[in-house]
Design a protein around this ligand. Structure first.
Ligand code: FAD
Length: 407
């Protein structure tokens, strides 16, 4: 194939997207000896997607600790008519603007090249396999050839999810897409993490408020088929919580997440997808950072092996599909099963659930874990002991979820 002008030197791996999945993939691939180029469409790493992320403590090793803004020791949960306060260790709030830059530092230290302001608009295909990318911004355009591509472009914006859109020629199912908006706010009095489950503001989703350092808070909303900006403004305007009464937004973010399950498969000839672009998200809470990091790393390693072996066919890359599914597919399935149980009578079920949890500290911890995909087998087995909770989710759902944990 004629690649046209501006053909840059050839790379082993091109990673599209400088979020956690792409940075983790680039770091792993470069550490394995690959010649790696990461292309990020925004003008900085970690400035683009959102300001904060609630993460599990074990996602953050020593090198990344600088990005921790708060530790979370208390949750305040609200259903339409009930409230719960739970204490414990619930991970950390990360400043994504710093976290992603620290990941970029690690990728660069491993030898990966990073180009900013480089939106990839097309995949270059030769003999039925992806062999490069076409990036374009304003008057600038460039074709870059490579052994194979890792799609870590996330799931928001028209240039994201390139394996799905450009290779599989499909798009995310809108009925399975959680839409979200988030503000970084000042003048707020938020403490720890507060979550609201109510279909009035967030059908099949939730509203979250995190404290973010001494002077700021994060307020966000996610739901299915919502106009998330308006829903968040309405939530704040209605003064549902005193913590935001005087709050003023200083930054706004918008996002979407596919929660209908990961792509099948997450590879094709010459391309792998990791993170949001692969649909690796826990449906119930929308958490995805830990999957992006771990699956990005797997993708980076397996991509280099494939390039070195000289076989980057979809079949050769299916080892990646098996590897990440072996680690996480069961967990993601549980998130989908539990989320699906709320598709009908969301508010009533939430009130009933909060009634069932009232006064039982162990069950409350189990719910907090099940909501986030942590220690699932234990949490689900505890659910089996509560007739009330079985009445909400259905015994079959909980049994299926326990079986999924064994996958
Ligand atoms: C509002 C919101 C709140 C969230 N809160 C949490 C949370 O609290 N905890 C948690 O664990 N998860 C959370 N998530 C999910 C989490 O943010 C994602 O799972 C995670 O960021 C996925 O990482 P990623 O690298 O796959 O994609 P992203 O972080 O989306 O990164 C993709 C990158 O690719 C770039 N890009 C896109 N297209 C192109 C292109 N064509 N060319 C070049 N670059 C491109 C983008 O600019 C971006 O930098 C939240 C998601 C949203 C939307």
């Amino acid at each position: 194939m004629d690649w046209g002008p501006n053909l840059t030197e050839r790379y082993d791996i091109i990673v599209i997207g400088g979020g956690p999945a792409g940075l983790s993939a680039a770091k792993a691939a470069a550490a394995e000896g690959g010649k790696v180029l990461l292309l990020e469409m925004q003008s900085q790493i970690g400035g683009q997607t959102r300001s904060a992320t609630w993460a599990r403590a074990n996602t953050v090793d020593q090198a990344l600790e600088e990005a921790v803004v708060n530790e979370v020791h208390a949750l305040k949960l609200h259903s339409p008519h009930q409230q719960l306060a739970i204490s414990g260790d619930f991970g950390v709030i990360l400043d994504r603007r710093i976290f992603d830059k620290l990941l970029a530092a690690e990728a660069a230290a491993s030898g990966a090249e990073i180009w900013l302001s480089c939106p990839v608009k097309e995949l270059l295909v030769s003999n039925g396999a992806v062999r490069g990318v076409y990036a374009e911004a304003g008057a600038w355009a460039e074709r870059v050839e490579c052994g194979m591509v890792i799609d870590a472009s996330g799931a928001q914006g028209q240039w994201s999810s390139l394996l799905l859109r450009k290779v599989f020629k499909r798009d995310w199912d809108r009925e399975q897409l959680a839409l979200s908006s988030e503000y970084l706010m000042t003048n707020a009095s938020a403490r720890d993490v507060e979550l609201f489950f109510t279909s009035y503001f967030a059908p099949l989703g939730h509203v979250w408020i995190y404290s973010f350092g001494r002077r700021f808070a994060i307020a966000g909303i996610r739901g299915i088929r919502i106009q998330s900006d308006a829903a968040l403004d309405e939530f704040i305007g209605r003064r549902v919580t005193p913590s935001l009464e005087q709050a003023v937004p200083v930054a706004a973010f918008r996002g979407q997440q596919p929660i209908g399950g990961a792509l099948i498969p997450t590879c094709a000839n010459g391309i792998l997808a990791a993170g949001g672009a692969a649909g690796q998200v826990y449906a119930l809470s929308g958490e995805g950072l830990q999957y992006a990091l771990a699956c990005g790393e797997l993708a980076g390693k397996i991509a280099v092996e494939a390039v070195v072996e000289g076989d980057t066919s979809g079949q050769a890359l299916s080892g990646y599909d098996r590897a990440w599914r072996g680690k996480f597919e069961g967990e993601l399935k549980v998130g989908q099963l539990l989320h699906a149980a709320f598709r009908t009578s969301f508010d009533q079920k939430m009130d009933r659930l909060f009634n069932a949890l009232a006064g039982d500290v162990e069950l409350q911890q189990a719910f907090a874990n099940a909501f986030r995909g942590i220690d699932l087998t234990r949490a689900l087995k505890l659910f089996l002991t509560s007739d009330e909770i079985l009445g909400i989710f259905g015994r079959e759902t909980i049994e299926k979820a326990i079986a999924a944990c064994r996958l």
